[in-house]
Design a protein. Structure first.
Length: 136
């Protein structure tokens, strides 16, 4: 079962990842204040509940986790959410700066969110499963 609402679903981030993502966004916006992806990610960061890493449930999408998700109740995909430097579509490493990456961050299994693709068309994304990141 999954939850779909017109309001944005609550999202959860850990302190370290929130800080790293905030620095990434600040860097992008300093170079290009109109960067839509950076502005969208910033909006997600601003609405997130930020907690210590040990308080994040294993079912929440974090950086470097593998996530199975469904788009528009049809296409099921799996990918690893990564920072842009590690993005590689051939390896299914999805950049946090992609529309899908920005939509995924902080969602829990069963949650859905509406997002817009590169073409501006609206989509619905639902998180089906999360494999937490391997801790160093």
């Amino acid at each position: 079962m999954h939850t779909v609402t017109r309001a944005m679903p609550p999202i959860l981030l850990c302190e370290g990842e929130e800080a790293a993502l905030t620095n990434l966004v600040a860097s992008l916006l300093a170079r290009d204040p109109g960067n839509l992806v950076a502005r969208t990610l910033l909006a997600e960061l601003e609405r997130a509940d930020v907690v210590a890493a040990h308080q994040i449930p294993r079912t929440v999408v974090r950086m470097n986790c593998v996530v199975e998700f469904q788009i528009d109740r049809a296409n099921i995909r799996t990918g690893k959410l990564v920072f842009p430097v590690n993005a590689d579509i051939g390896k299914r490493h999805l950049s946090i700066l992609s529309p899908i990456g920005t939509a995924l961050i902080g969602l829990a299994v069963g949650q859905s969110i509406r997002w817009s693709g590169h073409d501006g068309r609206p989509h619905e994304l639902t998180v089906l499963a999360v494999e937490p990141p391997v801790e160093d």
